[in-house]
Design a protein around this ligand. Structure first.
Ligand SMILES: Cc1cc2nc3c(=O)[nH]c(=O)nc-3n(C[C@H](O)[C@H](O)[C@H](O)COP(=O)(O)OP(=O)(O)OC[C@H]3O[C@@H](n4cnc5c(N)ncnc54)[C@H](O)[C@@H]3O)c2cc1C
Length: 491
C-alpha cells in the first residue's frame, strides 16, 4: 500500500466530509453500521431490524427455482424465513454456483486468489430446501412443469427463473470453438481456445486467474522497455456489472504504474456504445479519470473477430455521416456507416457478448430477445402470473448486478407470497443498482443509481469522488455481506 497516497485520500475525504458537517469518525461509524449493505443497496437500520423478524405466512404451494446462483439461492433462503410450510425445490447443475463473481475483478489483478471466491453450492442450500443437481432443458408454462437434462419432469405451482446469463464467446469469429460459458464451473474449453498468448477475460472465475497470469506477463514486457498495447473490449449486449469492463482497465493501469512500466504501455478501451456510463454524471466523472490516467478510447467499436495467430482484434466500427436535405422532415438525413477495423494487441481483455441461456430464450417463457419478460416493478412474468424472474435473466431496463438482486429478492418474495395468498402484489422494485467502480488499487467510485438515471447515493458523500473507504468496503465488507447476509435471506 502507498501510505502517502492513502494519507492524501484521507485528507481529501476529510475535506469533503467536513463540508457535509461530518468527521471521518462519523463517516467510518456510518460505514461500519451499514458498510457492506450500503454498497449492496443501502439498508437502513429500520430495514435491517425488520429483516430479523419477517412476517411468516401459512400460504402453501410448490415453488420451483431454476438456477441456484446468487439470485436463486438468496430467494430460496428468504422464502424459507417467510413461509411457515415452505415447499421449495432448487434445480442447479453447477457445484460452485454460489461462488462470488464480483471478486473475479480482484482475482484478475492479483489481489485475491480464485480460492477466495469459490464457494460450494451444497453449503448454501437453505434448510428444508430440496436440491436437484441437474439442468433444466425445457420449460412448459402451460402445464406448469420443467424438464431436466436427465429426463425428469418437475411440476410446480409457482416458478422462479434465476438462470443468470451465458457468456457468448462463440459469437466472436475465431473463438467459435469456445462455445458459450458460465461464470462458474469448468471453463477449460474456453481457456484452451483463448490460449496463452495475451487473450483473457475476467468474466469466468478460471478466466480471472488466467487474466492475472497474462497481465503479469505483459506488465513485465512493458517493464523490459518494449512498447506494449493493452486493448479492452465492451460488447453490444447487456453485460453483468457494466463497470467491470472498465475496472480491468484501471487495475491494469495500477499494476503498470506499480511496476514502473506505465510509460511503455498504451491502454485503449473499445466500447460498442457511445458513452462511458448510462448515467451522465458518472459518464463525465469516468471521462475525466480516463483523461487523467492517459487512457485512449474509441466509442462504437464492437469486437467481432480475434485473429489469435496474428494478435489482431477486429472491430465493427460505426459512425454517422450527414446525408442529403430531407424537405419533408426539414432536416439533413443521418446516414449510419460502419467498417471493419483491425487493431493489433499484445494483451487483449474480452468482455464477451452476454445472452439468455438457449433453453430459456427458445422457450415460451423467454422474450424475442431471450430474457424473461417481467413487470419491471413486481418481477412477475408478463404472460404467466405464477412465474417470476430475478437477477441477470430478468428482462429489466438496467442493472445486472448483485446489488440489484439484493433489492429484487425481497420484492419477489413479498409478491410471490401475496400471490400465493390470493392478494394484490404489494412490493415494487425501483431499479436500484450499484457499481463499485474500482479506479485504482486503493480507490473506488461508488456508482449507485436507479430508473431515474440519476446518482442515488446511500452515503452522504459526493458520489463522483473516488474513495479509499469504498475500496475498503469492496475488499473487506462486500463479500461477507453477500455470502452470509444475502445467501441467508436476511441482508
Ligand atoms: C467480473 C464480474 C464482476 C462483477 N462485479 C460486480 C460488483 O462489483 N457488484 C455487483 O453487485 N455485481 C457484480 N457482478 C454481477 C453479479 O455477480 C451478478 O449480477 C450475479 O451473480 C447474478 O446472479 P444470478 O443468480 O442472476 O446469476 P448467477 O449467479 O450467474 O447464477 C445463475 C445460475 O443458474 C444456473 N443455471 C443456468 N441455466 C440453468 C438451467 N437451464 N437449469 C438450471 N440451472 C441453470 C447456472 O448454473 C448458475 O449457477 C459481477 C459479475 C462479474 C462476472
Amino acid at each position: 500500500m502507498d501510505y502517502k497516497y492513502i494519507n492524501n485520500m484521507l485528507a481529501e475525504m476529510d475535506k469533503d466530509l467536513s463540508s457535509k458537517g461530518l468527521s471521518r469518525r462519523d463517516a467510518m461509524k456510518l460505514a461500519g453500521i451499514s458498510g457492506a449493505s450500503l454498497i449492496m443497496g443501502g439498508a437502513s437500520s429500520a430495514e435491517a431490524s425488520t429483516e430479523q423478524a419477517p412476517a411468516v405466512s401459512t400460504a402453501k404451494g410448490k415453488i420451483v427455482i431454476v438456477g441456484g446462483g446468487l439470485a436463486g439461492m438468496s430467494t430460496a433462503a428468504r422464502l424459507t424465513l417467510n413461509l411457515a410450510n415452505p415447499d421449495i425445490t432448487v434445480i442447479e447443475p453447477q457445484a460452485l454456483s454460489v461462488s462470488y463473481q464480483p471478486g473475479q475483478t480482484l482475482v484478475a489483478a492479483g489481489i485475491w486468489k480464485e480460492s477466495d471466491i469459490a464457494y460450494n453450492r451444497d453449503d448454501f442450500v437453505p434448510k428444508g430446501v430440496k436440491i436437484i443437481k441437474d439442468k433444466v432443458i425445457g420449460f412448459d408454462p402451460n402445464h406448469n412443469s420443467v424438464t431436466t437434462a436427465s429426463g425428469e419432469t418437475v411440476s410446480y405451482d409457482y416458478l422462479i427463473v434465476a438462470t443468470g446469463l451465458q457468456l457468448d464467446f462463440e459469437r466472436i469469429k475465431g473463438l467459435e470453438a469456445a462455445g458459450r460459458a458460465y461464470s462458474s464451473g469448468d471453463n477449460s474449453k474456453l481457456l484452451k481456445v483463448l490460449g496463452d498468448n495475451g487473450v483473457c477475460s475476467i468474466y469466468t472465475a478460471e478466466g480471472a486467474t488466467k487474466t492475472w497470469e497474462q497481465l503479469q506477463k505483459y506488465v513485465a514486457q512493458a517493464k523490459s522497455g518494449k512498447k506494449t498495447q493493452f486493448v479492452f473490449t465492451d460488447p453490444d449486449t447487456p453485460v453483468k456489472c457494466g463497470g467491470a469492463p472498465k475496472k480491468i482497465v484501471y487495475l491494469t493501469n495500477s499494476r503498470l504504474k506499480e511496476a514502473g512500466a506505465r510509460e511503455n504501455a498504451e491502454l485503449t478501451y473499445y466500447p460498442s456504445g457511445g458513452a462511458m456510463f448510462g448515467v451522465p454524471e458518472f459518464h463525465d466523472a469516468i471521462l475525466e479519470q480516463f483523461k487523467r490516467e492517459g487512457f485512449k478510447w474509441h466509442y462504437r467499436h464492437n469486437l467481432i473477430e480475434v485473429e489469435l495467430e496474428n494478435k489482431i482484434a477486429v472491430f465493427d466500427s460505426k459512425w454517422q455521416e450527414k446525408g442529403g436535405w430531407d424537405p419533408v422532415m426539414k432536416e439533413f438525413e443521418v446516414i449510419g456507416k460502419h467498417e471493419k477495423l483491425r487493431v493489433p494487441y499484445d494483451f487483449l481483455h474480452i468482455t464477451p457478448p452476454q445472452i439468455a441461456p438457449r433453453e430459456v430464450g427458445d422457450s415460451d417463457i423467454g422474450s424475442a430477445a431471450g430474457w424473461v419478460p417481467v413487470n419491471k416493478e413486481t418481477l412477475q412474468h408478463i404472460k404467466f402470473p405464477n412465474i417470476f424472474a430475478i437477477g441477470d435473466i430478468a428482462q429489466l431496463p438496467m442493472g445486472k448486478t448483485g446489488g440489484s438482486i439484493r433489492k429484487q429478492y425481497k420484492v419477489l418474495v413479498d409478491n410471490l407470497i401475496a400471490k400465493m395468498e390470493g392478494k394484490k402484489l404489494p412490493s415494487k422494485y425501483a431499479g436500484y443498482t450499484v457499481c463499485p467502480l474500482i479506479t485504482s488499487i486503493g480507490t473506488v467510485m461508488l456508482a449507485e443509481f436507479d430508473w431515474t438515471v440519476k446518482p442515488t447515493p446511500s452515503f452522504p458523500l459526493d458520489p463522483l469522488v473516488e474513495r479509499w473507504v469504498y475500496w475498503l468496503m469492496k475488499v473487506y465488507a462486500l463479500k461477507p455481506m453477500t455470502m452470509y447476509g444475502m445467501l441467508s435471506g436476511r441482508a
